[in-house]
Design a protein around this ligand. Structure first.
Ligand code: DGY
Length: 425
């Protein structure tokens, strides 16, 4: 059977069956890998989305996913972006390069804190069954959020110290800020990602050189946050990270009310972040933007992170017009970078492709804030891409071609938990 014939025979039930199979196949016992080969470990925000997907078929397993994630939490409260449960030579940089000396082994940086939002979603499905897991996770989630505010919240918005922390590695938001990173000591290394995926769909070599330079800098100062802040040339207030943390704090405060825990401190974080978001408004661009904390300059980038303002519950100002402009330039929304940008590249990771996982949280936000037409456009485009092509990591926003890794956990998860919910039948 050729590919076209496969396409013709696929229906929604078949995609549902495949999504469940992907969750089960990528299960490594208490946690999911994003996809075999390219990402063979537990990734932080992938795992939170995996939990949301699991909650459609197995609530207990969903809670286990989050509990396994927090087994990697550091005593500082930080929850690392990768937990290396079992070493796999197919990924670079592995645990020895990070040199964090933790058990379980982990990377030294974090990732967007979606966990509290997903914990709320899972809790809402069965508050009785969810009470005990939320009671177990509550302190850990709060410690992580406090760590963000104290270690990364000096501007009011949330700083990333490495592009990988954003989850949007090569987004244009910080390309300029990253140009000052000295890569002369990086030396030779062998990338593994480009042996799994077409190199045109991955960050460039210069990006990887900078990623590694920052890993070596962090390792050399023992992953000490104060020293990183003093010594690193790279510190950017990420619009995506800030909005996701703000939303996660709102959800954590809601969970506090459900289980009878105090929310006062969480409310101070919410106020801090709400205020911090104001400086991210880029009036010239007509959307929220990332801010280089070393130069005080906004990046001038209309990226998908900007459109998480509804999800965060902040005043969208002119964001609706900006989003409508972006949607008018790509049939399969939401491209990770505005196609009007000279740097738009429909294939290259966060410089253009559409990511179903980000669509799910932008779409949730739009729906909650009453922007139902836009929300349904985003959901329907996501549905079309997955129906046409399958469960890829990301998609070409002009053609719906699948890109990056295939059989991807978070694409399967958001298919089950969001894409197919409330679709006009
Ligand atoms: C990678 O290896 O591409 C990841 O995005 C780092 O987290």
């Amino acid at each position: 059977m050729n590919d076209m014939a496969v396409l013709e025979t696929v229906d929604i039930e078949e995609r549902n069956r495949q999504a469940i199979e992907i969750l089960r196949t990528n299960d490594r016992g208490g946690y999911n890998i994003p996809t075999a080969g390219l990402y063979p470990y537990q990734w932080n925000w992938d795992s939170a989305f995996a939990a949301w997907g699991w909650s459609e078929i197995d609530l207990a397993r969903a809670w286990t996913e989050l509990e396994t994630l927090f087994k990697g939490q550091w005593s500082t409260g930080m929850v690392p972006h990768i937990i290396f449960h079992e070493v796999d030579e197919g990924y670079f940089p592995g645990p020895n390069v990070w040199g964090t000396h933790k058990s379980p082994q982990t990377s030294g940086i974090t990732q967007p804190p979606v966990a509290a939002t997903m914990a709320r979603k899972i809790f809402e499905k069965d508050p009785t069954a969810g009470r005990a897991p939320v009671e177990r996770l509550f302190k850990a989630m709060g410690d992580w959020h406090r760590w963000f505010i104290e270690s990364r919240g000096e501007s009011g918005a949330i700083a990333i110290t490495h592009p990988w922390e954003s989850g949007r590695d090569n987004a244009l938001d910080w390309e300029k800020a990253a140009e000052v990173i000295d890569t002369t000591n990086v030396g030779e290394y062998q990338r593994r990602d480009t042996s799994h995926v077409n190199p045109e769909m991955r960050p460039r070599k210069i990006d990887y050189d900078r990623y590694l330079a920052l890993v070596y800098l962090g390792r050399d100062v023992g992953w000490d946050e104060t020293k990183i802040r003093e010594q690193s040339p790279f510190r950017v207030a990420d619009v995506g990270m800030t909005f996701i943390l703000l939303r996660a704090c709102r959800d954590l405060a809601w969970l506090a009310d459900q289980i009878g825990q105090p929310r006062k401190e969480i409310d101070t974080w919410i106020a801090h972040l709400e205020k911090g978001c104001e400086q991210l408004w880029n009036a010239e661009l007509g959307c929220y933007d990332s801010l280089d904390l070393k130069t005080g300059k906004l990046s001038g980038t209309k990226s998908v992170g900007s459109f998480l303002c509804w999800f965060a519950g902040v005043e969208p100002r002119d964001s609706k017009q900006s989003l409508e402009g972006v949607l008018s330039r790509a049939p399969y929304s939401i491209p990770s970078l505005d196609p009007a940008s000279s740097r738009f590249d429909a294939k290259r990771y966060w410089l253009g492709p559409t990511w179903p996982v980000v669509n799910s949280i932008v779409g949730l936000g739009l729906q909650e804030q009453g922007e139902t037409v836009l929300a349904e456009r985003v959901r329907k485009d996501t549905y079309e891409m997955i129906m046409q092509t399958g469960f890829y990591e990301y998609f070409n926003p002009m053609t719906a071609a699948g890109e990056g890794g295939n059989n991807f956990t978070w694409t399967a998860a958001v298919w089950l938990a969001w894409v197919t919910k409330g679709l006009e039948q």
